[in-house]
Design a protein around this ligand. Structure first.
Ligand SMILES: C[S@@+](CC[C@H](N)C(=O)[O-])C[C@H]1O[C@@H](n2cnc3c(N)ncnc32)[C@H](O)[C@@H]1O
Length: 311
């Protein structure tokens, strides 16, 4: 593992228990990060289980390829979005897929990546460094209303309008280029008043989700990822945001029904029968144990949901 690229994997034991890796199994990790889940799957599926892994972040990929080198040709890695997985992996061939969404610790901690309001860095936040759109692009070009909607929708920021106005006023006299500069604009518009979290927390989260189109990737990626699984295979998804969790829940609900609706509204008389395609491993989301929360406070908003493919 490259020095400085350490990510503490969330619910590692729970993910392995859910995927139940076997020695002839095929597995996919669509969000490799530091490679902790991938490594645990490879260990549990030894000596012959194979894993295909991808990440949008080329730095994560290069660090993780070192970590997983000892597994030799049991591992294939590729840089890219998990929405592209159906182009790389054979359909209906996999026993298990893991998506562990959000950011890795190195992305958050390396100041030059621009994810953190606590360290001076360029206002960047791209997972994929080949992408053009950065947090600075959004901060300096979105209209006031678009910014306010973004902070409200993705960040749940109550003072979204005030902050959006402050940003637009500030950028009239020069671009906002750095994390600390933006954090200061937010703090001025929304003073701390004794709050435990930094006033810019939600704004930074919303920008990150928008820069990387995180919900869009999840919405369009789930169907593709599901098509990779064979019957009996498992899809495990760890989310860190209620909007992400809702996308996963809605996806699973459609699969576990024995009908499709003929329009957006579910009118019982107009339901069209179909086979039940999936079953939740647990009805409720699994969350980190109290021990894990102490060891890794960043896991606090994590929720794991697992679906098993039935047909
Ligand atoms: C929480 S980390 C994964 C950590 C990993 N499971 C481990 O054990 O080290 C999330 C990773 O997913 C990547 N990522 C997020 N969205 C992605 C997407 N749509 N496609 C591919 N990678 C993505 C991020 O770049 C980041 O490296």
């Amino acid at each position: 593992m490259k020095l400085g690229f350490v990510h503490c994997s969330v619910m590692l034991k729970e993910v392995v228990e859910a995927l139940k890796p076997t020695t002839n199994g095929w597995y996919v990790d669509g969000t490799l990060g530091g490679g902790g889940h991938a490594e645990a799957i490879l260990e549990a599926s030894g000596p012959d289980g194979i894993l295909f892994g991808c990440d949008r972040d080329e730095r994560a990929l290069s660090a993780t390829s070192e970590r997983l080198a000892r597994f030799g040709d049991r591992v294939t890695l590729s840089q890219g979005n998990f929405t592209e997985l159906p182009r790389w992996v054979q359909a209906e061939a996999c026993d298990g897929v893991i998506l562990d969404l959000g950011t890795s610790s190195p992305q958050l901690d390396q100041a030059e990546r621009g994810f953190s309001f606590q360290q001076e860095g360029p206002l960047d936040m791209r997972m994929d460094l080949q992408q053009k759109k950065t947090a600075a692009t959004i901060t300096n070009s979105y209209e006031e209303k678009e910014l306010a909607n973004l902070f409200w929708e993705f960040g749940g920021e109550r003072e979204s309008r005030k902050i959006a106005r402050a940003i637009v006023e500030t950028r009239a006299s020069g671009l906002i280029r750095t994390t600390i500069q933006l954090a200061a604009v937010v703090e001025k518009a929304k003073p701390r008043r004794g709050a435990k979290t930094h006033p810019a927390t939600q704004v930074f989260q919303a920008l990150r989700m928008e820069v990387n189109d995180e919900l869009g990737s999840l919405r369009s990626g789930l169907t593709g990822v599901w098509s990779l699984l064979k019957v009996g295979g498992h899809l495990a998804v760890i989310t860190f945001h209620s909007l992400e969790d809702r996308v996963v829940k809605d996806f699973g609900r459609r699969l576990e029904r024995d009908y499709v609706t003929s329009g957006d509204v579910d009118v019982p008389e107009l339901r069209i029968p179909k086979p039940i395609e999936a079953r939740w491993l647990q009805r409720k989301a699994v969350t980190p144990s109290p021990e894990e929360l102490i060891k890794n406070p960043r896991s606090r908003s994590a929720q794991l949901r697992v679906l098993t493919k039935l047909v």
